[in-house]
Design a protein around this ligand. Structure first.
Ligand SMILES: Cc1cc2nc3c(=O)[nH]c(=O)nc-3n(C[C@H](O)[C@H](O)[C@H](O)COP(=O)(O)OP(=O)(O)OC[C@H]3O[C@@H](n4cnc5c(N)ncnc54)[C@H](O)[C@@H]3O)c2cc1C
Length: 364
């Protein structure tokens, strides 16, 4: 076996929130063969596997993970251009996502520019269908190459087989922990126009028509102001980004919430409840607004953790915070929001404990 497997490796340093206990076993796979070796090692030793990307969307338990943490480090980017300007670009799952976006923007390939500044690796993006500023990876993903742990073979899943929706795919719902993402093929447009649909971006550029590069810079500037870009000097970025998803509710439920909030004087009679139309029937309400209206504020402190001083949606590690501290604050926020608005906020990050990562039963 070529693969180096280490024991008792501290996981906190592999996460952006800098929290988490130790992995009993840890290895980093740079090739597809190494991924197979790691899976075999786990099976031979009856170990559970946790697949680690850039650690930007996970909260690892203080007790750590009593199994094998398999870090995906498969690199490589290749492009195939068609005469009509369509670009098919394949990226290894271990490529840094933002470096990949920078590469695409530099080459004037449109389609991922609004996803600038998001931490993590390419392989993590299909898992929660990463999205920001009006763009989602599902808009450009053609297919995802995976190792299927159930069938024990390599598979190529087409876009329509991935079950993409808001912050969702089969990888984090029905088929959780079944597929190990190895590479992703994107379809981009050479010299295409940037997507300036989101209000924040429209306000930023006003009447100007930005280039792809300007759009990337604008997105990073807006994100930096909210500490939504990882910066070692910015304590607020010791987080997992947005801790809660923006709830999507029916129009009827939205009106109910609005009226109830006015009756309870949670909001003024004339106050507008911010919302974005998802389709004819549903609207999305910003979770940050619900949190603020429930008594929380930027810079709210809760022992060793708190809310970012730049964004109420981010729970930050203020120093020696633990996973339990984060979970306690999560419950407090969910409880208060539920009391005021009868909405249960759903967390965005994945909670990693030895017993909780599996929803899929692998017969070994
Ligand atoms: C400051 C900050 C800002 C953020 N902003 C955004 C944002 O704007 N929009 C957004 O959507 N997200 C955002 N995020 C969340 C996060 O960056 C993304 O979800 C990212 O794609 C996670 O990738 P990762 O490689 O870090 O995955 P990890 O955090 O390592 O893992 C997340 C999940 O994906 C699984 N996984 C990772 N790689 C693979 C693989 N190769 N195969 C199979 N499963 C895998 C893991 O097992 C885990 O379940 C933000 C996070 C931070 C810290």
């Amino acid at each position: 076996m070529n693969l180096a497997i280490r024991e008792n490796v501290s996981l906190a340093e592999f996460t952006t929130i800098k929290i988490g206990g130790k992995a009993r076993f840890f290895c980093s796979a740079r090739t597809e063969d190494e991924v197979c070796e790691a899976v075999q090692f786990a099976e031979l030793n009856s170990l559970k596997i946790f697949i680690l990307g850039g650690g930007s969307n996970i909260l690892i338990a203080d007790e750590g993970f009593d199994g094998l943490v398999l870090q995906i480090a498969l690199k490589g980017i290749s492009t195939f251009a068609k005469k009509d300007g369509t670009i098919f670009i394949t990226a290894g799952a271990g490529e840094d996502w933002d470096e990949f976006v920078a590469f695409c923007v530099e080459k004037k390939f449109a389609g991922v520019e609004c996803l600038s500044g998001i931490p993590g690796l390419v392989g993590g993006t299909p898992v929660q269908n990463v999205g920001a500023y009006g763009q989602e990876v599902s808009e450009t993903i053609v297919s995802v190459r995976c190792f299927d742990r159930k069938a024990k073979k390599f598979v190529e899943l087409l876009n329509n087989q991935c079950g993409f929706a808001y912050r969702t795919s089969i990888f984090n719902t029905t088929q959780k922990n079944r597929f190990i993402v190895l590479s992703v093929i994107f379809k981009l447009q050479q010299n295409g126009n940037p997507k300036i649909l989101y209000r924040d971006l429209q306000n930023y550029f006003k009447d100007k028509k930005p280039s792809l590069q300007e759009t990337r810079q604008g997105v990073i500037a807006i994100r930096s102001a909210k500490s939504m870009v990882i910066d070692e000097r910015d304590e607020n970025s010791k987080s997992v980004g947005s801790f809660f998803k923006n709830p999507i509710v029916s129009l009827a439920k939205f009106n109910e919430i609005k009226n109830e909030a006015k009756n309870l004087k949670v909001i003024e009679a004339t106050e507008r409840v911010p919302n974005y139309q998802v389709d004819d029937q549903n609207v999305k309400i910003p979770a940050a607004w619900l949190i603020e209206k429930s008594g929380f504020y930027k810079g709210f402190q809760f022992g060793r953790v708190g809310l970012s001083t730049n964004h109420t949606l981010a729970i930050v590690n203020l120093g020696n915070g633990t996973a339990q501290d984060v979970l306690d604050l999560k419950v407090l926020i969910q409880t208060k929001v539920k009391e005021k608005f009868a909405i249960e906020l759903q967390p965005e990050p994945v909670f990693v404990t030895t017993n909780l990562i599996y929803t899929y039963d692998f017969s070994r």
